[in-house]
Design a protein around this ligand. Sequence first.
Ligand code: GDP
Length: 473
Amino acid sequence: ELANRMAERVAAVVKALMNNGMMVTQNQVIDADTAELIIEEFGHKAVRVSDADVEDVILQIEDDEKDLKPRPPVITVMGHVDHGKTSLLDAIRNAKVVSGEAGGITQHIGAYQVQADGGQVLTFLDTPGHAAFTSMRSRGAQVTDIVVLVVAADDAVMPQTVEAINHAKAAEVPIIVAINKIDKPSANPDKVRTDLLQHGIVVEGMSGDVQDVEVSALKGTGLDELLEAILLQAEILELKANPDRPAQGAVIEAQLDVGRGPVATVLVQNGTLRQGDIFVAGEQWGRVRAMENDKGKRLKDAGPSVPVEILGLHGTPEAGDVLNVVETEAQAREIAEYRQQLAKDKRAAAGAATTLEQLMANAKADQSVKELPILIKADVQGSAEAIVQAMEKIGNEDVRVRVLHYGVGAITDTDVGLAEASGAAIVGFNVRANASARASANQKGVEIRYYSIIYDLVDDVKAAASGLLGSEI
Ligand code: GDP
């Protein structure tokens, strides 16, 4: 590859490497410093593609306040299984599809837009589930403005409800509670409200500031009220973007289609994406050959908060990858190749997983970080709560432990996802990680520590927090 790029003979490059004491074969990977040495020996000039170069190409244009225009809110629906997330998403879509819109038949592209009675547009991510939410975050995409937390009125708060609350809190995204299934005779919405109190969610009726709406996804009641609540929250957030700049977005879904090649649903977050635009999306690049919205309508351009399905990728990106429009194909290819190489290197180094100590070292380098995020799983609720209390006592005004999530049961993939997204370590108290969580923790470099004595745990975390501060606490 190196010989190729320099337009030199492979044998000559291998020989030069050997002369430098490196016994290599022609397909062996060499490090960048060695490559640079060899390149110079051949009288060429090495141009390294660095993180900084990539940042340069992907212009992080600071938008001028005066260029910012209001944009629709982007909403994710979360909640416990069977509480009605899918039903609610379907009910909203069916009730609010703008009549007369091309075909009117919505296709599943991972997100859709609806129009409220007042004409305001809302974008819903059509992929309920917490894993999707955190895996997006862990890949650098913060796409959700508002979380709608669905809680079934005949069931109240369940483990995944709590998990959803913690995910939303970790991402600092405001929550609106949709109390679902109020059509059921056994519905008890007040139980939901009081249950939520225990998890730090105080609804407006209980003098808190979290909006709650009673709905029935089945009967279609309360949907307008829910949309109104979302729009009110959106107004408070003052969501804005600049439509007059090269697009930046996030990949919501992507797959390889037999007939059409790689297809990705992209949510435009800033700027306007146009047909013909050249872009990078994570480790992939492409040129927008065609774009369709969620109603299957062909689009020439898509502005902020618009989800579109795009064709013209050279590979399949991953959900959560960030998309940036760049100027030239050469730039796009170079950035994609650079990132692929980086990912390869990272996989190679995956053996050296992040440890609590390393996490601390990193945090230290970044002076602004004075929080030690952790996730706690325990065998029984009592232990989990005792540990959280102990954790809250650790620290002082300069450093503190932040418990992102705690719960009962084995450590799962979702826990690992949340930990990765927030740079946290996981603590297992008398519980283990399941096989798939272990594998994914290994791969993602998330540290899992096991304890059976609270004192040991407190000591370790204290030491880590002291390390973070650089002095005893
Ligand atoms: P998800 O797992 O959260 O996506 O939940 P689903 O949307 O799949 O709903 C689970 C079950 O609850 C299904 O059988 C739905 O028909 C039912 N369901 C959902 N919403 C309502 C509702 O408002 N009222 C009643 N009675 N049933 C509902």
